[in-house]
Design a protein around this ligand. Structure first.
Ligand SMILES: *Cc1c(COP(=O)(O)O)cnc(C)c1O
Length: 452
């Protein structure tokens, strides 16, 4: 059986992105205009994104060529390593085989440059001078700042205020790459001022920071907005991860039974999982696919599959997705990159169709797993990635109890070198679990827009 239909160069790096829209049994629901509630067309998105990215957003072509210039930048760190976690398997005394794909080797330390470089490239081609964006923990902001520096683009980042103060080194990294970083909510935008008038002590959220960035991006002809997750074109760019994993596992003569990714907006999860899911959708091999979210931001496991806005001020189009409501402000867990009220529409669609199993894990279990992983494999995972590690440990434990050997693959989306405060706090016993009651979730969901 020919399981590899993806295009690779001689180093096993993909030369095309894989678009799962080509293989869906049912197309994903339409994206709606926030004013008219009618499906958006490419022209509606033009103030925000260059046309090449808009066309990728709506494309149903299976393989989309990666431009040569983007490929040559990817080659600095791609293909990323795929490791068999033999020492971890031993420490767990599990019959399971555990593999992980490590995206922490990129310059910014996570998977996010895979899309940041592509987005900067297409914006540069379109004559854009400035990119405006938001960042939570700072991973996306630093990735876009890096990509902007490569292409000579100005980068302006609205950073969620709590992280701006908690993660000074992420901010320093962005500034080192040449970006300007503003704590959000800020006095610089109408959306920011509206929030501050109501909540002067607001520590911010991704939803608020997105509103500020979108508002500023559309004010200048030479400025565009960039988003680091959620959208189809972002998920598309991340599929280099899973395509490489398929090729690398084939070299080892293996194929996973279970594929695991942590999910904030859904992009690294889609990156590892979609090429495998595509093979399944085309009638090749079946896999169990798990998307892991924090119990403190339980979008897929407690939210609703409904039309909602991507931001707090309701400037973005409406998409059908699992959501906790755009006014939901998650508790201050350390996995900042997973604190988003919604989930990528494409991932949501696949959860809704039953192809992806959502899992929610508490913070303390994820850090315990991260320590175990670090002590066996030497790599310190980002707090976000610890969710995937914890899920892999659960699956390995299940194999042990049931006496079966399965092949488990997870994506280690980034390293935790800028997150050592979180590890220190965990070891000092200062972290706690969060659980939302059904009443709290119902209250947040009560504000969902009604769509006919
Ligand atoms: C941003 C980030 C995530 C979460 O974003 P997704 O779009 O869900 O992948 C996960 N891991 C790391 C290391 C991140 O930087």
């Amino acid at each position: 059986m020919d399981t590899i239909k993806y295009q690779l160069d001689e180093s096993a790096m993909p030369t095309a992105w894989y678009n799962i829209a080509a293989d869906l049994p049912i197309p994903a629901p339409a994206v709606l205009h926030p004013g008219t509630m009618q499906p958006v067309g490419p022209a509606d998105l033009a103030p925000l994104f260059p046309m090449a990215l808009i066309l990728q957003e709506v494309s149903t072509e299976r393989l989309i060529e990666i431009p040569d210039e983007v490929q040559s930048i990817y080659r600095q760190w791609r293909p990323t390593p795929l490791y068999r976690a033999r020492r971890l398997e031993q420490a767990l005394d599990t019959p399971a085989k555990i593999y992980y794909k490590y995206e922490g080797v990129s310059p910014a330390g996570s998977h996010k440059p895979n899309t940041a470089v592509a987005q900067a490239y297409y914006n540069k081609q379109a004559g854009v001078k400035r990119l405006v964006t938001e960042t939570g923990a700072g991973q996306w902001g630093s990735s876009l700042a890096f990509a902007g520096a490569l292409f000579g683009l100005e980068v302006l980042v609205y950073m969620v205020k709590v992280s701006y103060h908690q993660k000074p080194y992420r901010r320093a990294l962005m500034e080192t790459y040449g970006a300007r970083v503003v704590a959000s909510p800020s006095e610089e935008t109408a959306s920011g001022r509206a929030i501050l008038a109501e909540h002067p002590d607001s520590t911010g959220s991704l939803g608020i920071a997105i509103s500020e960035a979108v508002e500023v991006a559309v004010q200048r002809e030479d400025s565009k907005y960039a988003l680091g997750s959620v959208l189809n074109h972002v998920l598309l760019h991340q599929t280099v991860i899973g395509q490489e994993a398929i090729a690398q596992l084939a070299m080892a003569g293996d194929y996973p039974d279970v594929v695991i990714g942590c999910a904030g907006g859904g992009s690294n999860f889609a990156g590892i999982a979609f090429p495998f899911l595509g093979a399944q959708l085309r009638g090749e091999r079946k896999v169990r696919v798990l998307a892991v979210e924090p119990a403190a931001c339980p979008t897929m496991t407690k939210g609703k599959f409904a039309y909602d806005f991507g931001d707090t001020a309701h400037l973005t189009p409406l998409t059908k997705m699992y959501t906790l409501g755009s006014s939901f402000v998650p508790s201050g867990i350390h996995a900042g990159g997973l604190r988003y009220h919604g989930m990528a529409p494409m991932v949501s669609h696949l959860v809704n169709l039953g192809y992806v199993e959502p899992v929610a894990i508490q913070q303390l279990e994820t850090f315990a797993a991260g320590l175990r992983f670090a002590r066996a494999e030497g790599i310190i995972p980002a707090p976000e990635a610890n969710h995937a590690v914890a899920c892999a440990l659960r699956e390995a434990q299940r194999c042990k109890e049931e006496g079966v050997s399965k092949t488990i693959l997870f994506n280690l989306s980034g390293h935790g070198h800028f997150d050592m405060t979180a590890y220190t706090d965990y070891q000092a016993g200062k972290l706690k679990d969060f659980e939302y009651s059904d009443e709290e979730v119902a209250l947040a969901l009560a504000g969902l827009p009604s769509v006919g």
